[in-house]
Design a protein around this ligand. Sequence first.
Ligand SMILES: [Zn+2]
Length: 333
Amino acid sequence: MVAIAGSDDPDRCLLLAAHLDTHALGDGWTADPLGGDGFRDGRLVGRGSTDIKGAAAAMAVAFAQAVRRGLPAGVRLLFAGNADEETGGLHGWQAVLDEWDERPHAAVVAEPSGVDDPWEALYVGARGGTRFTLHASGEGTHSSLAGRPGVDSALERIDAALAALRALPLCRDHDPRWGPRGRLTVVRCEGGDGWGRVPAAARAEVEIRLAPGAEQVEVEAEVLRAVAGSDATLEWAPGGLRWIGPSAVPEEHPLVAAGAAAWRAALGSDPVLACFPGGTDARLLQDAGIPSLIAGPGALRRAHHPDEYVTADELHDAVRLYSTLLDQLLDER
Ligand SMILES: [Zn+2]
């Protein structure tokens, strides 16, 4: 879904982008996740409220306000609500960018501006990640025989492969600006038949979240080298889940200064410039040459979580931030 306003032959084109897809519902909701019951005690509860339909609404308001105030000559303004952000973006922004004749000069991508609290940081980059499954087999026999030659546990082989991965420079080094270069997490582990039997088969689904600067070819080579020295095999995750590239706007880019000025004007504080912990559509836009800031109401900890919510105050702040940022970027000419 795209709304377009302003010049057909722009010398400046700005994009506000929010994804409209949401994460799976999950259990534990005390309010109807799809009910749209309105605000309770200043909170709007519902799936996608903080990730990231609240921001989509705030962007739509900021877009309409800017158009109503009148866009300067030569300015084109786009607001896009896209799909497939939560599952890699190949069928979302990537598909759009492959065929799009719009080429925005800058973008604001909606994601919560905080992990625990709203407005913790202005995200000028986003971590990416790589995903894969480790498989191992063992000798499924009487567990009293474990440790004898040739009697190996599939789960212990997985464990050894994980230890080799955690020992990689990728998972140990720190980047001076972004912190840990890579963080390995086992998101699912299966294997074994229970008491008395050496596990004959096991698998672990693994993610390594990556700071800006990581390159697919190098990361995959490092990972494969670590696993090759173990008794496990590796299967990359399908499609766009295999590699989500990290991204960052260079610190000296005018978009960063405009974002910081808008943040000060709209929220009354100096922003901490940081890297969003998860993957976002910003990387796809950045890869297409569109520098992108990441900002939005709410907090990441509430997302993908029962009783996800956003507050009315956060939504008002978000409208003010997007509006001020648009003004900053439009004045910049
Ligand atoms: Zn999101």
